[in-house]
Write a protein that binds this ligand. Structure first.
Ligand code: NAP
Length: 320
């Protein structure tokens, strides 16, 4: 029997056990997946040792242990068709245990990318990411690496990171450029810039894609962005129609204040539920299906597409 788990703090809200146990049943795999709370770094490391001793296939990692998980891994592996520069990303959300060794992956960008393939109908010229934490890092590294499908290479596309702590946004940009120097994988036409939330009034001009990676919107006390979202009216237009897509990677609540306000402005919106499901699918493959990560989509997309509508419905009901 194969076993896996998710470790974090807090962890009771995690939807990962529901998702993985649903798939275990659907794929007819004898296995289990549980949530484990680790109060601090020491407890996290102790838990990992126990999972190795107990023969687990691997584990997911959530707030606040993704960078510690990266540090304790013996090896790091790129995920899927978009390289993640794992050594520069410095955050692992999935760890496979193989012959006692810890192999780190980050499946967050796979989850994000898998969900933008559908609604993508225009190539992007000007994209803004709000936040510069772990999720922002994986999305920014992934987008900077994309040469096909995503960026309008006939223009001079720009990726802007805006963060409360501007230095952190700048560091993320520097890390991506530095990574590019060593790997030469980055889209060379792309310009990367950073700033704080005040800069949005200037940077929103011509923006056709904005991605919230901050936790603003997860709770009622912290529901509103620290800027006036009416500035979205200055975003990218075609024939006078505002074409900006607002993606909030939060999935609980399903509709944050940001998304509700954007919908009132008749903008296209997307929440984080699809990303949650697809980053988990890549992890499920690593723990339980063990197909080569690059072939995983070809091999299992059909099955996931068949069974996932029921999972979406279950999760929507759970989240409310
Ligand atoms: P993180 O590493 O803690 O980063 C949070 C970022 O948000 C930091 O840049 C932080 O700014 C900023 N921030 C925090 N509170 C803020 C506030 N009140 N106002 C403005 N900015 C604020 O967290 P993370 O792991 O990236 O996760 C961020 C969010 O993404 C969470 O809501 C998480 O649930 C969600 N997420 C969703 C998925 C999915 O599959 N859908 C996957 C991963 C994460 P400073 O740098 O200034 O502190």
């Amino acid at each position: 029997m194969k076993k896996a788990a998710v470790i974090g703090n807090p962890i009771s809200h995690s939807k990962s056990p529901l998702i993985h146990n649903f798939w275990l049943k659907q794929f007819n795999i004898e296995g289990s997946y549980e949530a484990i709370k680790a109060e601090n770094n020491k407890e996290f490391e102790k838990t990992v040792t126990k999972l190795v001793d107990d023969g687990y296939s691997g584990f997911n990692v959530t707030i606040p242990y993704k960078s510690l998980a990266h540090e304790i891994c013996d090896e790091h592996i790129d995920v899927g068709y978009v390289s993640h520069y794992p050594s520069d990303l410095k955050a692992a959300n999935t760890v496979k245990i193989l012959d006692g060794k810890l192999i780190g992956y980050n499946t967050d960008f796979f989850g994000f990318y898998r969900t933008i393939k559908g609604p993508l109908n225009i190539l992007n010229k000007n994209v803004i990411i709000l936040g510069a934490g772990g999720a922002s890092r994986s999305i920014a590294f992934g987008l900077a690496n994309m040469k096909k499908y995503f960026w309008d290479l006939n223009s001079e596309p720009t990726l802007t990171i805006l963060n409360r702590n501007e230095d952190k946004a700048k560091k993320l940009i520097d890390d991506i450029y530095r990574s590019n120097l060593t790997t030469k994988k980055m889209n060379e036409k792309l310009k990367l810039t950073s700033g704080n939330f005040e800069d949005i009034y200037e940077r929103i001009k011509g923006c056709n894609y904005i991605i919230n990676t901050t936790p603003v919107g997860m709770s009622e006390e912290n529901a509103h962005m620290p800027f006036d979202i009416n500035c979205f009216k200055d975003a990218y237009t075609i024939d006078g129609k505002n074409m900006m897509l607002v993606y909030d990677i939060i999935y609980n609540p399903l509709e944050t204040t940001l998304l509700k306000e954007a919908q009132k402005m008749l903008l296209l919106t997307q929440n984080g539920l699809g990303m949650l499901i697809w980053q988990a699918a890549a992890a499920f493959n690593i723990f339980f299906l063990e197909s080569d990560i690059d072939n995983f989509e070809d091999k299992y997309s059909k099955k996931f597409n068949e069974i996932n509508p029921e999972l979406y419905a279950k999760l929507k009901k759970e989240i409310g």
